[in-house]
Ligand binder design. Structure first.
Ligand code: GAR
Length: 192
């Protein structure tokens, strides 16, 4: 395992594109005495991401990059290295990272995905689960590799789909579980 805690907390960056409810839950988790991480940076590809407001509320450094090309990614890599970031948590981050980026942080990037992977990689997971009349959906935390939503799974939580659910209500139910699952995944890989 490339990640190691020793006695120090692991310096972490959270990547977001939107609301940032997972970011908020990870910040709260990081403040617990027993949390193995400290969140040093919030990074977004979207300057209008609502979640960026948590930077001010919790006094965490934020940076926006467009992630449009190798040069922009290089700037992100430099920023992360400058800040000695040792763990990256993608939390509603809607850009696909390049192979080069992932290789720079091998085994140190996690993602949360709103489905029971390997089912429903990519977008519109809730719509697809409902359309297929699945009885369950859920969420998954996994390591990021160069194939979309295909890295090693750390943990998953199943959520029952009721016949009254639409994609919005299902997304809400699953988000509640995501907020518990991500901290649990981090504890699983980092607690000694
Ligand atoms: C979450 O449901 C997360 O699993 C999903 O976006 C939402 C972000 O919510 N991520 C993906 O779809 C990644 N492919 P949040 O901004 O409130 O944390």
């Amino acid at each position: 395992m490339a990640l190691s805690t020793g006695s120090k907390k692991v310096k972490t960056a959270i990547f977001i594109s939107g609301t940032g409810s997972n970011l908020k839950s990870l910040i709260k988790f990081s403040k617990h005495k027993k949390s193995p991480i400290i969140i040093n940076m919030i990074i977004s590809n979207n300057s209008k991401a609502k979640g960026l407001r948590y930077s001010k509320i919790y006094k965490i450094k934020k940076k926006v990059f467009d992630f449009k090309n190798a040069l922009s990614e290089k700037k992100v890599i430099n920023e992360l290295k400058k800040n000695n970031i040792d763990l990256i948590c993608l939390a509603g981050f809607m850009k696909i990272l390049s192979k080069n980026f992932i290789n720079n942080f091998k085994g140190k990037i996690l993602n949360i995905h709103p489905s029971l992977l390997p089912k429903y990689k990519g977008l519109n997971t809730h719509e697809r689960a409902i359309k297929n009349k699945d009885k369950y959906s859920g969420c998954t935390v996994h390591f990021v590799n160069s194939k979309l939503d295909s890295g090693k799974i750390i943990n998953q939580k199943k959520v029952k789909i009721s016949k009254f659910d639409n994609s919005k209500t299902l997304a809400k139910k699953i988000l509640i579980e995501e907020h518990k699952l991500y901290p649990a995944a981090i504890m699983k890989i980092l607690s000694l």
